[in-house]
Design a protein around this ligand. Structure first.
Ligand code: PHE
Length: 356
């Protein structure tokens, strides 16, 4: 019977077709390939369907078995297609991840942050030292009256001591009692302003800008920073001043620093002194920085003059005090070995960046 001889052919052909389809499928690498493959093998006029056209020639009882077999093959191929597509998507995903891969251990792009100016850094360091010794930070005006800058500091008008400060006067009418308006030549007027408003005891440091009408050179600027110090209480004496300034110098320049007091004159203190520290570069042996003297002068100080106490209605029989004034740039220059004050205000980033 012709029908019976063709019947085993269809399963064999199906098997061969399935092998072929699988081989083609494994070569598919893109959505277009899959679409073409689906049309070729599983489509309405695809190869499996075409093969089933021969079903009609089979004996009736054979047809369901072969038909079922063909459906199973179709299902397997459809499942294989799905699996292969899923695999492709997984591969693509893995590749995308790889492309986006981020090495979190690489050092980041540096962010160029700003920094505090070296003078601000030194200023903060100095204030910190005095704050830890119990001094409060206060500020006063940069535009001052003659009365505070000079008169109440025991420097009357026409006193020759005024020659110590080259002053910028403001072109304004003098006011009775207050005198002329000027840019303060030192932070000492803050002493008076604080004592006027506060009964003793007083313990303050006053940072700020001061102005001198002088030519600029390696050690002079017309605008610079000072820090004033003032302590008033009963029985404050030279020993307290020496103790406080020695502790200060050792914190700023190192524990082995020696401190020297030389007599000096400032109208608002009596006695007055200039303070030097042993040169931290050569330990006092003599070098270029200390000009072979072994000593570096860092500030002026003294015991508050009774006339100054009287001027703010403090009783000099009951109270005494010490005061000091230091130039911040000078201290910074000594600390960092800078030989020209003009670097601080030249705005050269190569200089400033060294103080990060
Ligand atoms: N005001 C003085 C100056 O600028 C420094 C100083 C302050 C001296 C306090 C003694 C006491 O030169």
């Amino acid at each position: 019977m012709a029908d019976e001889t063709t019947a085993p052919d269809i399963p064999t052909q199906l098997e061969a077709l399935e092998r072929e389809a699988e081989a083609q499928l494994s070569a598919c690498a893109a959505d277009a390939d899959f679409n073409e493959w689906r049309t070729t093998y599983l489509g309405r006029s695809g190869k499996v369907t075409q093969l089933l056209r021969g079903l009609g020639g089979l004996p009736k009882e054979e047809r369901p078995r072969i038909g079922q077999l063909a459906n199973t093959v179709k299902q397997r191929l459809a499942a294989a297609l799905e699996a292969q597509q899923a695999q492709l998507r997984r591969n693509e995903h893995a590749e995308a991840l790889k492309a986006e891969a981020l090495d979190v251990t690489l050092p980041g792009e540096p962010v160029r942050a700003g920094q505090l100016h070296p003078i601000t850094q030194v200023l903060n360091e100095i204030l910190g030292i005095f704050e830890r010794m119990g001094f409060h930070v206060v500020e006063g005006p940069e535009v001052e009256w003659d009365r505070y800058n000079f008169a109440l500091l025991n420097i009357p008008a026409d006193h020759p001591a005024r020659d110590m400060w080259d002053t910028f006067y403001v072109d304004a009418e003098p006011v009775s009692n207050l005198g002329s308006m000027l840019l303060r030549t030192h932070t000492s007027p803050v002493q008076v302003r604080v004592m006027e408003e506060t009964p003793p005891p007083v313990r303050i440091v006053a940072p700020g800008r001061v102005y001198r009408n002088e030519a600029t050179d390696a050690s002079h600027e017309a605008i610079f920073y000072q820090i004033e110090g003032l302590a008033v209480d009963d029985r404050i004496n030279m020993g307290d001043l020496k103790g406080v300034l020695t502790a200060f110098a050792r914190q700023l320049f190192g524990g082995k620093t020696r401190v020297r007091f030389n007599c000096s004159y400032f109208p608002f203190v009596e006695p007055g002194a200039e303070v030097s520290i042993s040169c931290h570069v050569c330990s006092g042996n003599g070098c270029r920085v200390c000009k072979q003297t072994g000593w570096l002068e860092i500030l002026g100080c003294g015991i508050v003059h009774p006339n100054v106490l009287r001027a703010v209605n403090y009783d000099p029989e009951k109270y005494s005090g010490f005061a000091f004034g230091l130039g911040v740039e000078r201290i910074a220059m000594l600390k960092y070995g800078i030989d020209d004050i003009r670097y601080f205000y030249g705005n050269d980033i190569r200089f400033l960046e060294q103080f990060r």
